[in-house]
Design a protein around this ligand. Structure first.
Ligand SMILES: [Zn+2]
Length: 295
């Protein structure tokens, strides 16, 4: 997931939104218009994170409890209205159940509540009409972001109640680059999952077996970074649940993996040496000297 500063290929949009956040002038209803894949929904999430971030308010950190809940789709005040059924529409019942009753209450924990619609054209006439009055006078600390590929097909009354933000199509070069990065991110995610599973079932030896299989140093480092993050989240969750024993186990795991990451980075070792370092660091033994092999 991304923060506002990390949104790609939409510098004008990002500037506009950052100025609005800085000046306390974030509109209550936005219409994010632009082609598929231009980052409308990701930007909407990034804006919700920026406004509600606990570590970097107004910017977003992607890591605090608030940002993590938004990324995981479990923040009680940041809701996405999803299309339903075979036709993929957002029915009027969704607006009546998930939006209208909520508006009478203050947000649970957010500075500002957000309702996001990934494709506003999925709201047919009745659903859109049900939303209209709310868009006209949204309650305080409540924002709507409607994303659309076809703004001209929305009700004119919906369009006129939202501040429109136009997203540019991404260049083919940037799309290709992002596609490659997505693929690498997926590889890293899968590897970190394997490492975490092995950590649970076979302890350190299991992690080492996975790490040894992995010839690519960048992928290994990325996966280990994700493992550290996962351990930190788990430690935080255990601490919140007052399960201090589990919190300590997770924190110890995180620091072990972190040690090996630091070793790998500092020595800038190639794949095999990186793994050797990992083996040693995880076993808690002193690190051997590494000759200046560069990757
Ligand atoms: Zn944050």
């Amino acid at each position: 997931m991304l923060t506002l500063d990390e949104v790609r290929g939409q510098s004008r949009v990002v500037e506009l939104l950052k100025r609005a956040v800085d000046g306390g002038r974030v509109a209550q209803s936005y219409l994010f218009a632009g082609p598929q894949g231009s980052g409308k929904y990701t930007t909407a999430l990034a804006l919700a994170k920026a406004i509600n971030c606990l570590s970097a308010p107004g910017v977003g950190c992607d890591d605090c409890t608030s940002c993590s809940k938004i990324n995981d789709g479990i923040h009680p005040d940041i809701r996405t209205l999803e299309p339903e059924g075979a036709k993929g529409n957002i029915p009027i019942a969704t607006i009546r159940k998930q939006v209208i009753p909520v508006l009478a209450m203050a947000p649970h924990e957010a500075n500002a509540r957000f309702f996001l619609v990934a494709e506003a054209n999925a709201m047919l006439g009745p659903a859109a009409n049900a939303l209209l009055k709310t868009l006209e006078e949204p309650p305080e600390r409540t924002h709507f972001i409607l994303c659309t590929q076809a703004p001209s097909q929305l009700l004119p009354t919906i369009r006129s109640r939202c501040q429109r933000v136009n997203f540019q199509p991404l260049s083919p070069e940037l799309r290709a680059q992002m596609h490659g990065e997505d693929e690498q991110a997926e590889t890293i995610r899968q590897l970190s999952e394997r490492i975490s599973e092995q950590m649970d079932s076979s302890g350190l030896d299991g992690i080492l077996a996975v790490a040894k299989d992995t010839g690519d140093r960048t992928t290994l480092i990325g996966a280990l970074e994700q493992c550290v993050q996962a351990c930190h989240h788990a430690a935080r969750a255990s601490a919140t649940a007052v399960d201090l024993a589990s919190a300590k186990v997770h924190a110890r795991r995180a620091s072990k993996i972190l040690e090996s990451l630091v070793a790998i980075r500092e020595h800038n070792a190639h794949g095999q040496l990186a793994v050797e370092h990992l083996l040693v660091a995880l076993r808690g033994l002193p690190l051997p000297r590494v000759s200046g092999v560069r990757s």
